[in-house]
Design a binder for this molecule. Structure first.
Ligand SMILES: [Zn+2]
Length: 367
């Protein structure tokens, strides 16, 4: 007998998260408390539940630009070492409680220097917070696999600090930073503006992902891969524009889609976030259904847990119900993500063989 696939059993299953923004996953209560502590007066509400609703509604507006506005408030209260450490610690605790065994969480250091912090102080505070959060979860549930968190440093695509942030990522590579990313509104800011940062990462054999193919189509995916050399694609949903499906369901892949599938390029898909920004119209119509069927290297992610009011559990549950996924599908998606992580191969393999596969085997065969 197989364990029933529901919200609670999915929560307990091990999950891997590669695309989650630190400033997009702050607890509403923490936003309110930090704002009061640091004297941040611009919040649209001071009550935690009103704030939660406000974030969700503002992010639901259907445009990427409007969606990004919600970050002004979370970033606004994350300007001190104590605030950054607290948010990172709570992030690790919340992800562990959601059954995440490995996460790569990203943030843009350059957004947290409004009150004079150095970039290194920002990174130090976040790393200390993650270590603290991981230690708390190990104490709370002894014997359970501890959560491991790797950090990605993000540069903002409209700004001009990407080379500096790439250097920071390499500088911290043996202290918890596992890669680099660029994010922000795609319109008018192609990834090729940041070529020197990507060349720096490649010269130092560093890993990086690029937000591409979310609001913009195939050219942004092509640039990210073939010009910039990205290891993974943040979103990448628009790769479906290079796939045609006939009335019998047979798919024909264009050159770029073939390349992405042949090279096993990981797609960091974030279903709820894509629906919110209008990149797709519903979870049921999300290209993840087709891409999973065609065996692309699909992974499932949260993007911004606060703005989308989601978790790895809710994303997996929504996909299972939209596409009839079984435990085997969820295991496949989880192993895909673990294979695509930026930590060393032997460590990925250990998590797959010692943590993920045994747990799914039990779920599939549970008597
Ligand atoms: Zn993102």
């Amino acid at each position: 007998m197989t364990t029933a696939l529901d919200q609670e059993s999915i929560r307990r299953a091990p999950k891997v998260l590669l695309h989650d923004h630190l400033d997009g996953g702050v607890r509403p209560q923490t936003v309110a408390e930090l704002a009061a502590e640091v004297g941040y007066a611009d919040l649209p509400a001071t009550d935690a539940s009103e704030l939660a609703t406000w974030f969700r509604t503002a992010a639901d507006s259907g445009s990427l630009e409007r969606y990004l506005e919600t970050f002004v408030h979370t970033v606004g209260v994350m300007q001190t070492p104590a605030a950054l450490s607290r948010v990172a610690a709570e992030c690790a605790v919340d992800l562990a409680a959601d059954g995440v065994v490995y996460a790569e969480v990203r943030f843009a250091p350059e957004l947290h220097v409004e009150q004079g912090l150095e970039l290194t102080e920002v990174v130090d505070a976040v790393l200390a917070g993650f270590a603290d959060g991981a230690a708390q979860t190990a104490t709370a549930a002894p014997g359970a696999p501890p959560i491991r968190v790797g950090v990605l440093l993000t540069a903002m695509r409209h700004a001009a600090r990407s080379r500096e942030i790439a250097e920071l990522a390499i500088g911290y590579r043996d202290r918890g930073v596992v890669g680099f990313d660029i994010a922000g509104a795609e319109a008018g800011f192609p990834p090729t503006r940041h070529l020197d940062a990507f060349e720096y990462m490649r010269r130092d054999s560093g890993h990086f992902t690029i937000h591409a193919g979310e609001a913009f189509g195939l050219p942004s995916i092509w640039e990210a891969l073939q010009w910039c050399g990205a290891d993974r694609l943040g979103h990448g949903v628009r790769i479906v524009d290079d796939i045609t499906v006939d009335s019998a369901g047979n798919a024909t892949l264009g050159r770029l889609a073939s390349y992405v599938r042949d090279k096993r390029i990981p797609l960091e898909m974030c279903p709820s976030s894509n629906v919110q920004t209008g990149a797709v119209s519903s979870i049921a119509e999300h290209p993840i259904g087709l891409l999973r069927r065609l065996m692309f290297r699909v992974t499932v992610n949260t993007d911004n847990r606060l703005m989308s009011d989601c978790s790895m559990t809710s994303e997996m549950t929504a996909l299972a119900s939209a596409f009839g996924y079984t435990w085997s599908d969820l295991q496949w998606l989880t192993v895909n993500a673990m294979k695509s992580a930026f930590i060393p191969f032997d460590e990925r393999l250990a998590l797959i063989n010692d943590v993920i596969k045994p747990a799914y085997a039990r779920l599939i065969a549970a008597a």
